[in-house]
Design a protein. Sequence first.
Length: 658
Amino acid sequence: MRTDIQCLRGIAIILVLLFHLFPKLFVNGFLGVDIFFVISGFLMAKNLTNRELKSFNDFLVFYYKRFRRILPLYYLVVFVTVVMVHLYLGDYLWENNNRYSLASLFLVTNQLVIHDQMDYFNEFLAKSSSVNAFLHLWSLSVEMQFYLIVPFIFYGLQLLKHNYLKLAAVSLITEFGFIAFSLVVKPFAFNFMFLRLWQFTAGFAVLFWSKIEENLKKKQKKEEKTESSDFPKNDIFTVSLSIIALCLLPKEINVLYLRPLVTLATACVIACDSQILSSRILSYIGDISYVMYLVHWPLIAMFSANGPVFVIVLILVSSITLHQLFEKKYLLMSWKSLVPLVFTLVMGNVCLQKSVRMDSFWNVTYSVDVQHLLIANRAQLPYSWKYEEKREECIEETPVESFADGKILGYGSCVVSSSPFYHKFLFLSIQPGNGTLSILVAGNSWAMNFRNPIRAQFNYNYSSFRYCSVSASYGLIAEDFWYSKKNLEALKQLVGRFKPDVLFLIAMHPYLLQSPIQENDKYLREINENINYYEKHAKTIYILGSHPLYPSNLLTSFLNAIVDHKDDIEDLHLNRREADRQVRNVRKRFNMATVNCTRCHFFDLSRVFLEDDKYLTFDRDRMIGYVDNSAHLTGAGLKLCEPVLKKVAEEIMEKSEV
């Protein structure tokens, strides 16, 4: 194996490791995976151009060599990781880890990630903060899926007789592949193999470019002369390595620019075949990079509380041990020994999957105090509206408006009272309230979060109470993708159709409102235009003001802190200065929007969580979390908001009586 490629692998795994250990410092380190993809593309191209694919047997030989390299170590690490998850992580983390461990066995982790990320209420399960020890295997799933199709690609390329044509073909795939990647919604494109193919074909392009260059040199071998170049190889190599080094910067660079640059730079480094990139340490890290990639994330997920130095040492010791005692050994095995080994590992994983789901052997015992706290906090999962009182009084309906398909989280009416018998047999019907007010609560998932807490404050003093909760529906503004814009227009149609006396717009603001305010700010202009529309159709408008942004999986972090008796549990509260800085421009825009709105009332819930310099995320006395894993308020958090909501409801009812 070329030393420069092994060193490049070493750089790639170091970037990934730094990103996972220090995500706030090495914010661009995740692009180490992209470097691996380009290297894999080059090596597969080199492998497949050295032989002709003529028969079915040629395909089998290729697959055998790939599976021989990947699967034994892969299945061993998956097995050990499943055991460690059930020994070192709390049982409240097992369900998600079991889902991903099963997907990993079939090498479809990336597909499960796509499924979760595209599901509004499961998105947090696919984030690193979920303590998912198998999440990193998405990239190996992408690689294995690539290996399944790559011989067919080269079987087709064999029809092209000249390397120039092959280079043109793979270059077109790379260019159009990147365009498709950049246009498709990010979570899907990031994990979908066919939308990552352009990075593998960038490696193909290097191989065919090298062959063309080699043929040109052969033709000129009798002419001993050097041709001057504005961009000699060493300069190209230096510039390319410098681009890769940008991944170490502590400032986030727009990935839409940095990803193609790093992909191109990696291809150039490989094409240069430079002796400059030659380091015994980097080369050895490259040798163990596959093992390091497999073991690093589970160890970080389980032992990060012990500090980065401990984790780094553990990763290195584990990687070197597995490389020397297992990886190097099985690579020397014949197929007669290797096939039984892989079969044994697969069957061992199958039996383990059954065991962790069915056997009481794995059950965890907590102290009585910890057990009570876990039960109390887990009772608040998954979302407040799944367990809140009187939730059965709200009936889901089919919307008349054309919201984007699959984006409706809740839509319907809430009745005055219900009989359990009637509800069971679906005889529940909408009954008018005791008052004259018509109320509509609308927005994104936070509208569902606050649907019943708002309704409870009116004590049935309304004639009708409707709710509309739709993904990426903020009421005041739309994000820059089609379904957010479509949902905003549909919501406006809903308001125009029902003409409520009271309109509640309840939404966690979109990130675009955090951007700096411009002189003729387009976002403020859009907010004012939508407010003007609502003023024509609603008598009073109450809008949730800017609120601190909560990280995903906050309740899981809180439970981990309880179980591990962590001293730094107070760090889970939000720093007031940092939280306010994040929403500063949101607050300014909202303040500017109220100037011309006579019917608007912004109400602030953040202050009920404020204590000194912190926004509290849990009750210090009762040790109950205020925020769930999906960044919504729990029942305990909503309880804290009741005084503000009560004041709002009383204000509305007093005005209606005048």
